[in-house]
Every structure is written in C-alpha cells, then in structure tokens.
Design a protein around this ligand. Structure first.
Ligand code: CU
Length: 489
C-alpha cells in the first residue's frame, strides 16, 4: 500500500492504469509458471550493445547466441514530420521514428535500458515496455525530464513480441503523438529462419483539421476521446510503405512481418490482400495459428505473421476495417519480384463485358441541384498534392501508381493521347463513368469505369494531378470547368 501511495503521488491518475496492466501480467505469469521459472534461471555471459533499427527494418536475429547483458540507449526526440503531402505534424518519438526503434532481445537477457530525453524537448516522458515484469513495465523507473537520462534494468522472462510506449500523463496524448514501438524477445535458439523480415506498426492520429487539410496540424484531444480518427496509418504517416518505400521480396522467399498496434484507440484487422498468412503468432505470443486471412491486433498488442510469396505482384497491406485503408491511410505495399507461376495464379484469361442491367453504369444518389461554389484559393502545387492523395485512394488500383494502367484491362494515364486530347471528356468520365471501347496510345480498351463519388474540387484536384504528372500536358483543371461539364448534362 505504501508503494501504491508513492506511485499515486508521482503519477496521479495514470498509476491506476499502470497497476491494472501490471496485475494482468501477473495472471499471465501464473499460467506460464514453468516458462518463467526457467527463464529467470538463465545465466548471462558477457555483454553487448543492442542494435536498434528504424522501421521498416529490424536488427539481425539473435540466432544461437547466449543470454547476455544487453545495453540499450534510446533517445526521445520531439520533432516535426510529414503526415501526408502538405500536412505536417509534431511527432514525439522513441529514437526519431514512428514507430520507435525496434529492439531485439532473447529470453534470459538482462537488459540495461538507458532512456535519454533530448534537451530541446519540451516535456518529460518515460517508457512502459510490455516485455518487462516489474512496476509500470519500467515506467516508474524511467520518468525523465528534458536534458536528463535514466537507467534501469530488467530480465526478459517471456518470449514474444511486445509493444512499448510512453506512459506519462496524459498517456493517451503521448501515445497518440507516436510514442510507441516494438520489442521482440526471441525464444532460446531464435525464431525459425526466414528470408525477409519487416517492422510495421499501426497507429491512429487525431488532428484539428480533417484528413488532408494542409499545414501544421496539432493534436485534437476531443477527437481522441471520441475515437474519431482523422488518420489511421502504418509507420506514422500516409504512404510510409507505398511506392518507392514499399517493402520488397522475391518469389519463393518467406516473409515475416512483426506487426504492432500502438493505437491509442483502434483495433487493427490486419490483412494482406492476395496472401494468406502461413503462420500467425496470435497476439505476439507462443500460440501458432495457421492459414489465416486476417489477424486482429489490439491497441497495445502485436502479432508475428509469416508467409511464403509464390507469385509476383504488388500486395496491399491494410487494416481491413476498409475505410481506414482507402480513406484514412492504413495502406502499405509489399512488392514481390520474380517469375509468374500461371499454375498458381493465371491472371486474366478472358475478358468481356457483362451487363445484366443493360449497359448502364452504376450510379449513386446525389443532390440534383448544384450551382455556385466558392472559388478555390489553392495554388497549383496544393491542388497537385491534394490530387495525389485522391489518386492514391481512388484511382491507383486500376490506373497504377505511375499512371501506367494494366495492359488489356485499364488504360494508361501516363502520356495518354486520349486524356490529353479532351479535358472536358476526361472530367465527364470521372463524373459519370465510362464504358465501351476506346483507343489509348494505339491500344484498345473495353472495360468499365464506374462513376466516382468526388466533390467538384476533388475532381479538379485529381485531374490536375494526373495532367501534371507522367508526361501529360499540364492542364490546370478548375472547379469551374468541372461545374460546366456537370451542368451541360
Ligand atoms: Cu511521452
């Protein structure tokens, strides 16, 4: 009780949560008493400095090394970063990245943890590692003011993949600003060998402005309390793992993903489109599930998934609560290179038009009258940035990241004669959809594009982006132009 009071004095209300978490851990320990007893008796031999890596990379596997005194130096940095094109955010970080540096240990290690708070930071912080058996997961021993450092040590007793996070009040705010990461405790002898390993962590962000609103966006406490996320992202920002930043593998390789969820609020329905997880360490623990489509990763939890990549292509990683993926940023890419295997996946064998309702295009109900709109005050560059986001959410699945299209299916937008010949026709297609045969750059296409549900300004921005990319004719499509095409119907 004396201990309890002391904690209350230091941390106030936060302590309640910490104690609750700690007591959960004790229950776990009882269930796995044999593991704990063995691990606590593992002797350490020698010491080493831990390798720390920024996402999406992880340190080298522990392999067969013996348990050691493992020294970790982690620096807390508060710094401005990019949430998405045109949107800045001041992140609070462990090691300068969101998620924080990946820590790789083995069971029985004696971790000597030094947490340094950079002198230019504005706030005190601490660290609660879920891999720690001890008060607050280290939080009570690591509370550190700017310009100071604290050291504490712990023995890793339970193998698994664990979240760490800041637990300084208001805890939710510190986590929401990016203060989380993963610590892996490998079993004796290490995890089975794979070809590629990556580090991915989901987080939800709450900003004063809505999704995509430009400028430096500050944290919105009320939205966080309401769990009304503006951004749900992998690795701290929209597009951290897309395009040139995608993770990669070659056909035939095995890929292991260490996936965490920092929250602070949302549970992840983690899924890789076009892949099946061969193995999932459920909740980052020791139980293996096999042949899994989507694994649930709670806030403050993790999972280890692995799978063999058998066919080439771009595989999309999502939170399958799917509006988060296509409207809030929870989308990453795994690019697999290598030879096609038609026996496993044929690709399109034959394509025709199927129009059970007589050739009309799917429509959504809309307001019928639309006349005056505020004239956009965005610069060309702002429109292109905004358009790029809309493109990523809406167009890229068919027309591809660099407008190259998909041969025999979806026409290219890059250096497209069809697009550059007639801007009004392009606007009309985005507004109203398109079916029937067209010729683009000398090739025939006969697919269906559905009507897009975008605002006039979004249509203008996305087309401006397309026209100002990939060798097109740099047309600046305005809202007025969109409105004119709309009203001509
Ligand atoms: Cu903090």
């Amino acid at each position: 009780m004396k201990f309890f009071k002391r904690i209350i004095q230091v941390f106030g209300f936060t302590a309640m949560a910490i104690l609750a978490i700690t007591s959960c851990k004790r229950e776990n320990k009882n269930n796995q008493a044999t593991v704990i007893d063995d691990a606590s008796k593992i002797h350490i031999s020698g010491e080493m400095e831990a390798e720390l890596t920024a996402p999406p990379f992880v340190p080298a596997p522990v392999g067969n090394r013996s348990a050691k005194k493992l020294k970790i130096h982690m620096e807390i940095l508060e710094k401005e970063g990019t949430m998405t094109d045109g949107v800045k955010y001041v992140y609070w970080t462990f090691g300068g990245s969101v998620p924080g540096s990946f820590i790789r240990t083995r069971v029985g290690d004696e971790v000597e943890f030094t947490l340094a708070n950079h002198p230019e930071n504005k706030l005190p912080h601490n660290i609660d590692l879920h891999a720690v058996t001890g008060p607050g997961g280290g939080a009570t021993s690591s509370f550190v003011a700017p310009g100071h450092e604290k050291m504490f040590s712990f023995k890793t007793l339970n193998p698994g993949l664990y979240v760490y996070h800041c637990a300084t009040a208001p805890v939710g705010m510190h986590i929401a600003n990016g203060m989380y990461g993963l610590i892996l405790v490998e079993p004796e002898g290490g995890l089975p060998k794979v070809d590629k390993e990556y580090y991915i962590m989901q987080g939800d962000f709450y900003t004063k402005g809505e999704y995509g609103e430009p400028g430096v966006q500050s944290f919105d406490m009320q939205k966080a309390i309401d769990e009304d996320a503006d951004y749900v992202v992998f690795n701290g920002k929209v597009g951290a793992l897309t395009g040139d930043n995608a993770i990669t593998a070659n056909v035939g390789e095995t890929v292991r993903l260490f996936v965490g969820n920092g929250g602070p609020n949302l549970t992840s329905s983690f899924h890789v489109i076009g892949e099946i997880f061969d193995n999932v360490h459920i909740e980052g623990g020791s139980v293996l599930n096999k042949n899994v489509q989507t694994t649930s990763i709670p806030a403050g939890g993790a999972a280890i998934v692995d799978f063999k990549v058998d066919v080439p292509g771009t595989f999309i990683l999502v939170d399958h609560a799917i509006f988060r993926a296509f409207n809030k940023g929870a989308l990453a890419m795994l690019k697999v290179n290598g030879e096609e295997n038609k026996a496993l996946y044929s690709g399109v064998v034959q394509e025709g038009i199927y129009n059970p309702e007589g050739g009309t295009i799917q429509t959504m109900p809309t307001d019928t009258k639309e006349t005056v709109e505020n004239k956009s005050k965005k610069t060309l560059q702002e429109k292109i940035s905004s358009g790029k986001q809309i493109y990523t959410n809406t167009c890229f699945a068919c027309h591809q990241a660099n407008g190259e299209g998909i041969s025999n299916a979806f026409p290219p937008l890059a250096k497209s004669d069809y697009l550059n010949a007639d801007v009004k026709r392009s606007i009309d297609i985005v507004l109203n959809g398109k079916s029937g045969e067209i010729m683009v750059n000398g090739a025939k296409y006969n697919s269906v594009m559905t009507k897009q549900t975008l605002t006039n300004s979004e249509v203008a921005d996305v087309l401006t982006y397309v026209y100002n990319s990939w060798g097109n004719n740099k047309t600046n499509v305005t809202e007025m132009m969109v409105l004119e095409v709309k009203n001509a119907h």
